[in-house]
Design a binder for this molecule. Structure first.
Ligand code: LLP
Length: 420
């Protein structure tokens, strides 16, 4: 657990605020973010590259709450987006569009037009048809699109097969052997300015060898282009640095920086990074309350008010999130228990086989909920999405209100009613 979340007199706190006070005030389930943890994670990341020409573009997909984006924008962060919606969020939070890079394999016309109008820093192009479309839309709108070609180095990386992106069979990027042709095409098509090359090989990386292998290939490609007098301005190493997970310790930002700088530091151009989880993940948790304790046959369940619709990662990736009691104290009766939610699926669990002593009414904190938590939540089973609270010192701020049940069918009509 991040040091911003610690026990004081047996009560788990977020910074200086007891989590049971937050639950009493804002209800559960509730995502709680620590502003100082977020700042510290961002600062550690950028400090690891101090003195180097590096631009940190936080991956908005990890957590796009305006309060989170605002904290990072104030620290000078750029942003990596994957949709027009994420760009709108960045702008609403006061982010600078000239520090935005646009990733993703399927950018839609409206999103491209919007990003061109906002004059974002760079489009990371992932296919020949996308390159052609971007050129057409840039010409149509009278804009110039600055672009990078995202290559696919055919390297296996990441914490789960669903979040590994750098293999040949994945939908992402351009195979290195095809990338040269695309560069030539990019330089001949109107409306485009080729600024860089990019790659992103996977998420929740706990070892840096695959990254080193991928970045070496990326650097070779940059050097080839440079020797052909292609005027590149940046190289983008993507995101993917993991966080501590189930007893495994992730590489530090400093170790990560060493690998990135070893490979790319000598190229003489700016290095762009797109970290998401490493910044936001440990800076948040999900607060949930035990409704029932059920003794099954050979299995005990803590039935809690948060579910897979709130935190999908355990169900989708079998991801491990530590689960801690908000009130510590002696727990001699701790025993193996599954922490499960109200959603009607066996896959609905937050943690299995945990050692906890729980009673109905107890509060639990699900760790590392700051990234890919709320953003992946849904209204499945007609469950309103959780509230989000940010803590700074002794202060709390509701940064997203809990949804109401009535809002769930906003925009729906029956067949007999008139269309809006
Ligand atoms: N850049 C690109 C192009 C990406 O596709 C991603 C993540 C990132 C940056 C940020 O990666 P990070 O530093 O956060 O690892 N929902 C999954 C993670 C999906 C990651 C997708 N791409 C999860 O909950 O583990």
């Amino acid at each position: 657990m991040n040091p911003a979340f610690a026990y004081r007199k047996e009560r788990l706190h977020a910074e200086d605020v007891p989590l049971d006070d937050i639950a009493a005030r804002y209800g559960t389930p509730c995502y709680v973010y620590s502003r100082s943890a977020l700042e510290a994670r961002y600062d550690a990341f950028s400090a690891a590259f101090a003195g180097q020409p590096v631009r940190v573009c936080y991956a908005v997909k990890a957590n796009g709450n305006l309060a989170v984006l605002d904290v990072l924008a104030r620290r000078g962060a750029g942003f990596d987006i994957v949709s027009g919606g994420e760009l709108a969020r960045v702008l609403a939070a006061g982010g600078d569009p000239r520090k935005v890079v646009f990733s993703g394999a399927c950018k839609l016309d409206e999103e491209i037009r919007y990003a061109l109008a906002q004059d974002i820093a760079c489009f990371n192009v992932e296919s020949e048809p996308e390159l052609a479309r971007l050129s057409e839309l840039a010409v149509e709108t009278g804009c110039e699109a600055r672009i990078a070609i995202r290559v696919n180095p055919d390297v296996e990386a990441g914490g789960h097969r669903h979040i590994s992106t750098g293999r040949r069979e994945h939908k992402f990027g351009i195979a290195l052997e095809d990338a040269g042709t695309l560069v030539v095409r990019a330089m001949t098509l109107p409306g485009l300015r080729l600024d860089g090359v990019a790659c992103h090989i996977g998420s929740q990386m706990m070892g840096l060898e695959p990254l080193a292998a991928a970045l070496d290939q990326l650097a070779d490609f940059v050097r080839t282009l440079q020797s052909d007098n292609v005027p590149l301005r940046h190289v983008d190493a993507g995101g993917g640095l993991g966080i501590d997970h189930h007893g495994q310790v992730a590489p530090t930002p400093a170790e990560y920086a060493r690998v990135v700088l070893d490979a790319l530091g000598g190229l003489g151009i700016e290095i762009v990074l797109e970290p998401g989880r490493a910044i936001a993940g440990p800076a948040g948790l999900l607060l949930t309350r035990v409704a029932y304790v059920k003794q099954g046959h050979g299995r005990k369940f803590a039935l809690v008010d948060a579910a897979m619709n709130d935190l999908l990662r355990p169900a989708l990736y079998e991801a491990w999130h530590d689960i801690l009691p908000v009130r510590a104290g002696a727990a001699p009766d701790a025993e193996p228990i599954d922490v499960v939610g109200p959603v009607c699926e066996t896959g609905d669990f937050l943690g299995r086989d945990r050692s906890l002593a729980v009673r109905p009414g107890d509060l639990l904190a699900v760790a590392d909920g700051g990234a890919y938590g709320f953003v992946m939540s849904s209204n499945y089973n007609a469950r309103p999405r959780a509230s989000e609270v940010m803590v700074a010192g002794t202060q709390t701020r509701l940064v997203r209100r809990r949804e109401t049940v009535a809002s769930l069918w906003h925009g729906e009509t029956t067949f007999g009613e008139a269309e809006e």
